[in-house]
Design a protein around this ligand. Sequence first.
Ligand SMILES: Nc1nc2c(ncn2[C@@H]2O[C@H](COP(=O)(O)OP(=O)(O)OP(=O)(O)O)[C@@H](O)[C@H]2O)c(=O)[nH]1
Ligand SMILES: [Zn+2]
Length: 292
Amino acid sequence: MEGTIFKALSGFYYADTADGILECRARGRFRKDGETPLVGDCAEITPLGNGKGILERILPRKNEFLRPAVSNIDQMVIVASAAIPETDPFLIDRLAVVARLRNCGVVVCVNKCDLNHGDFLVGLYRKAGFPVARVSAETGEGISELIPLITGRVSVFTGNSGVGKTSILNALEPGFHLRVGEVSEKLGRGRHTTRHVELFRLSCGAVVTDTPGFSSFDADLLDLNTKARLPWGMPEFEPYLGKCRFSDCSHTKEQGCAVLEAVAQGKIQPSRHESYRKLYELLKDKKEWEQL
Ligand SMILES: Nc1nc2c(ncn2[C@@H]2O[C@H](COP(=O)(O)OP(=O)(O)OP(=O)(O)O)[C@@H](O)[C@H]2O)c(=O)[nH]1
Ligand SMILES: [Zn+2]
């Protein structure tokens, strides 16, 4: 039978199947082949009775991420805020590049609008072409506009620490006290969490996970192929790609660059191009083998 892995914990994989939830072990072959089942995977499972099963095979993935280790994600919901802690647009841009280059959609969710409307962020990302929801997890404002953006899809909620990811998930599902405050203060430095990754099905039909602690997906950013494909990580660059004077144009400083011209004409926003340039510099000196 087939099942979707929604939780991985201490060597057990919990899969949602037609027969309900099965607690599974992976066949020894997985370890031998260096293959790790991920939360989000669709798997072939042999049921063993008693709610237990064996993972036989992972079906082809639509995408996969390293940190958090999840697969088959439809979209990244990037939670941002113009109130404390303010979100740096460069972070949003970085996350959005990772998502797009992994065949994963992006929704920008500007939270804490009860404290600050975040017009700058809302305008910036609407103009860049992303679906944007403006919400307050505190008052519930805008949450009804977020729901259609996530219904029927698997979303990973991410964004800088304290921006309100968990609060939004709780606002989406009242009474769904998603690991609130499950934070170890003992470790001293900042917020360290020992949470596992888990997919949750909300009653509105959305499947969600929030990233354990904060993940900038930087490991994913530096992964294979990002450098060559970076321009395709910026959706509003697309109409101009292939139209530069030089075919190997980096779109950072060249004469006859169609992307730079679009920036000059106000069709691409300077802050988005600036993020692209920073990412380009970051990835420029990475040799292919270092990116593996
Ligand atoms: N005023 C206001 N406060 C909010 C809102 N959303 C969240 N907060 C507060 O912001 C703080 C952080 O919220 P969390 O939901 O824990 O943020 P998080 O993004 O999950 O944080 P990490 O788990 O550290 O990644 C809490 O004190 C919340 O009560 C909001 O819309 N308005
Ligand atoms: Zn160019």
